[in-house]
Design a protein around this ligand. Sequence first.
Ligand code: PEP
Length: 263
Amino acid sequence: MTKSTAKVCTNGILLAGNWKMNFGKKETLQFLEALRIAPQLNAQMRLYIPFLSLESARNFSEVNSLPLQIGAQNISGEKSGAFTGEVSASMLQEIGIEHALVGHSERRQFFGETNESVLKRTVGALTQGMEVLVCIGETLTERNADQTEAILSTQLKLLLADTVCKEAFGKKLHVAYEPVWAIGTGVTASPEQAETAHSFIRAQMTEKLGYSIANATRILYGGSVTPANFKELLACPNIDGGLVGGASLKIESWTQLWNLIEA
Ligand code: PEP
């Protein structure tokens, strides 16, 4: 699958980086100072970075007119109160942050996030006016047991049934398909495997929300994306960009990924 195919999604491409627990404020600003990127007509760049650097990164980006959005890697579903260690939407908005990642597999694996808590965070964030990228994806055991579609369907179910989410899909709510076995492993889903999962996700959305919302919703692929495999993945009709870990931490690979979008 190397030939570029027309996109199903009408909303353009999103290249999103997930820095995980990497880079403090100093390294963040060094990265942004070194970033040389031109805006693209039909694509957006976004970096989900640690909480502590959000404000300076966002300010740097704005002052230097970078074509770059800055987002948080997690967000509370609650407005305020006794939730130690959590960060609310209004705190993020006060420093100009409008984007949050929710339900990354590392949050699910290491911090006990469930489909229910992912829903709660997503709904809370949307209600407060944030834009959310929600992550779903199967483990290797689940794929090997032929459960990929069942798992994706379960992970989507609560979101597709919720009134706030239904209203936000395709506008302020988008999806990242990240097979857990491909995250940080160097093993990428083949374009065929990824496209099959993405078109299944789109079909689930179409069934519950109708064509126009489903086709307005970006479905990003994440899992060992590099400049060597991104173009082929991006050529798939239902892949609307990438959520990138490792390759977003190096200026060279991150810039290459961006330049591959229109190339
Ligand atoms: C991720 O962190 O969401 C991710 C996909 O990481 P990597 O690109 O390193 O596999």
